[in-house]
Design a protein around this ligand. Structure first.
Ligand SMILES: O=C(O)CCC(=O)C(=O)O
Length: 274
């Protein structure tokens, strides 16, 4: 695929690319935007280095891909910017966001299509990498009898056990999103099939007994983590990762306690998986 207005460097053969020659604090030209969009579709997660973005500029970049999503559970820390989801860990943390493999907020009936994470502070002694895995490849590398078995199944994705009492606010009486999605979804733009169950949100395959559902989900979760499907991104201050939640799962590594890591995520609304 050609990219007339940007330079791209693949991170691994199967997923990820670093994008060069783009300053996201400036308005992007139409060709640059088309190239960034194509690179995202082709590489599934793309990375930018040395970007200096205000909250407004971060949101403006996100709006090129769709309407911005507001998290269903996290309180807005930046009150004027409910679309900003804070990623923060330090010596006071007892957990971090995204420690298990997931696709963002997959419990929403219309889960986010993409997310743009901008880290301004990274741990001084290293660590805090993020893993991203290619869910097209995960699907395609399953043996045919297993693909046949899971094609057409649906699963429940639930926010209750993930978000209840998660954010230190009184959430008595609050309900969290819960949705039924296909186990294998088709990407609306590429037409490719991808695995769409994850360890964080998926609780049950519909129509199976609990022990059957648990066994199949565990088999799929282990398969999803296959190293050849993954790229491991090493953050620097002012790096950005933009990923496509429709065909990528990710996991944040917390190997840097008690050091600090800080950033903002803008999340882009998506549509109903089918
Ligand atoms: O902190 C990270 O690297 C990723 C956090 C995460 O899982 C997310 O933003 O969805």
């Amino acid at each position: 695929m050609g990219y007339p207005a940007i330079e791209i460097r693949k991170s691994t053969p199967n997923i990820g690319a670093e994008i060069l020659g783009v300053d996201l604090s400036k308005p992007l030209g139409n060709q640059q935007l088309r190239d960034v969009h194509d690179a995202l579709l082709d590489r599934l997660v793309i990375f930018f280095r040395d970007q200096t973005l205000s909250v407004e500029q971060h949101k403006a970049f996100g709006r090129h891909f769709g309407k911005l999503h507001v998290h269903p559970a996290a309180p807005s820390v930046l009150t004027a910017h409910p679309e900003i989801f804070i990623i923060k860990a330090d010596e006071k943390s007892d957990r971090i966001a995204g420690e298990d493999w997931h696709s963002d907020v997959s419990c929403d009936p219309e889960p986010p299509m993409g997310s743009i994470l901008y880290l301004t502070e990274v741990p001084p002694d290293g660590g805090g990498d993020t893993m991203f895995a290619n869910m097209y490849l995960a699907y395609e590398m399953l043996p045919e009898p297993i693909r046949k078995m899971i094609d057409g199944l649906t699963a429940i994705h639930d926010g209750e056990h993930v978000y209840r009492r998660r954010y230190g606010v009184d959430d008595t009486g609050k309900t969290f999103p819960r949705a039924e999605h296909p186990v294998v979804r088709t990407h609306p733009l590429t037409g490719r099939k991808s695995l769409f169950v994850n360890r964080t949100f998926t609780t049950r395959i519909v129509g199976l007994r609990k022990h059957e559902s648990d066994a199949i989900l565990e088999m799929l979760y282990r398969h999803i983590e296959t190293p050849e499907f993954c790229v491991r991104f090493k953050w620097q201050p002012n790096s950005i990762a933009l990923w496509d939640n429709r065909c990528v799962q990710h996991q944040a590594l917390w190997d840097y306690y008690p050091n600090k890591r800080y950033g903002h995520r803008v999340t882009i609304c998506g549509d109903k998986p089918c």
